[in-house]
Design a protein around this ligand. Structure first.
Ligand SMILES: Nc1ncnc2c1ncn2[C@@H]1O[C@H](COP(=O)(O)OP(=O)(O)O)[C@@H](O)[C@H]1O
Ligand SMILES: [Mg+2]
Length: 343
């Protein structure tokens, strides 16, 4: 670049302008200032402006010096490029490390959760299974060792033992279902299904149980709905789990309503109760395995905390959605969306 204003080889543009453009457009360009008129001071000013080297006051130019300056500039350019490459490599590696670290953190959190689930599983097995086994064993022993005929008390003992056995069997079924799901052996066989028949069958299955607890189990009138694509047995299991929960967490004299309606992404099934309700902060967590909320003394408090986890998995296998709504003291509603046949 010539910094000779009076004899500029590029008319209308000054050396400093060219320097500006170069630094802006091609920042990696090495710029050497050559001028026969400038002083050491001009050179220093130019260096401040971003020139990389200079040759001044040589007329004619000393070829060796030019060669030397150009060589220096080339070497520096190489070094700069190498430096930049290394810097980028370090940044890239850093970013990779950051990503790996985040992935590790996520995996670690997941492991911790699984570990917690495993711990609660073992405490569940040791407490929730041992207790009913001990109760049932105790009553059966009493019946065996007592020489009383089958009187009302004895029938009562057998009834309790039976109930405890049923509870254990249900829990074992839940654990087995979940492990089948984890292993990928649990499948759904989707067929066209009328949601109204799903609701009626569920009501039929729990009518007696609800009546025993003086709970009204009703079906809300719903418009004509399209058929959904669902496995009636599996969805029956989802309905059972939801209604069992509603019965468990609704005090005597309460209400449970089953309903359905058309929504943009399918048909929505709703199981609504006016029981104890669930705090919004817990709406997601209750679908986690073994997660249970302590609701207070007045309610039957038995369960593995697996029911909703199983529901979520079954609904997922249907490509549907399930979620909870409601508030403490205002009851709960469980919503399930199923795809219609033609979707
Ligand atoms: N209808 C409901 N009303 C209030 N709480 C509920 C209801 N359904 C589920 N829950 C809460 O969610 C928890 C998890 O439910 P679930 O997975 O079925 O386990 P379990 O019935 O064995 O306790 C329950 O322990 C309860 O705290
Ligand atoms: Mg349950």
């Amino acid at each position: 670049m010539r910094n000779d204003q009076s004899r500029g080889t590029v008319p209308g543009i000054m050396g400093t302008d060219v320097l500006d453009i170069l630094k802006r457009e091609l920042p990696e360009t090495m710029v050497i200032l050559t001028t026969a008129y400038g002083s050491e001071e001009t050179a220093i000013k130019a260096l401040r402006l971003g020139v990389n080297d200079y040759i001044i006051n040589k007329r004619p130019f000393d070829a060796d010096e030019v060669r030397e300056v150009v060589k220096r500039a080339v070497t520096e350019a190489h070094l700069r490029r190498e430096n930049l490459r290394l810097q980028r490599e370090v940044e890239f590696k850093n970013e990779q490390l950051r990503q790996n670290f985040t992935e590790l953190q996520v995996a670690y959190e997941r492991l911790k959760e699984l570990d917690k689930a495993k711990a609660s599983f073992f405490s569940m097995v040791s407490h929730d299974l041992r207790h009913p086994i001990a109760v049932a064993k105790g009553y059966l022993e009493l019946i065996r060792t007592g020489d009383a005929p089958l009187d009302a008390d004895t029938r009562g003992y057998i009834g309790v033992a039976e109930q405890e056995m049923r509870y254990i069997a249900e829990m074992v079924d839940d654990v087995l279902d979940l492990s089948r799901m984890d292993a990928g052996y649990y499948h759904v066989d989707c067929q066209p299904l009328a949601v109204s028949s799903l609701l009626h069958q569920a009501r039929l299955a729990f009518r007696a149980h609800a009546a025993q607890r003086d709970i009204a189990l009703t079906i809300e009138p719903c418009e004509d709905l399209p058929l959904v694509s669902a496995d009636s047995l599996r969805m029956g299991q989802v309905m059972s789990n939801l209604i069992e929960n509603a019965l468990k967490f609704t005090p005597q004299g309460g209400q449970i309503a089953l309903g359905a309606r058309r929504v943009p992404d399918g048909v929505e099934v709703i199981v609504r109760d006016n029981g104890v309700g669930i705090e919004p902060g817990e709406h997601e967590k209750i679908f986690d395995r073994f997660y249970r909320i302590k609701h207070g003394e007045q309610l039957e408090d038995k369960g593995s905390g697996l029911g909703l986890a199983i529901c979520r998995e079954i609904v997922r296998l249907h490509n549907g959605r399930i979620w909870a709504e409601g508030e403490i003291g205002k009851g709960s509603a469980f919503h399930v969306i199923l795809r219609t046949v033609d979707e």
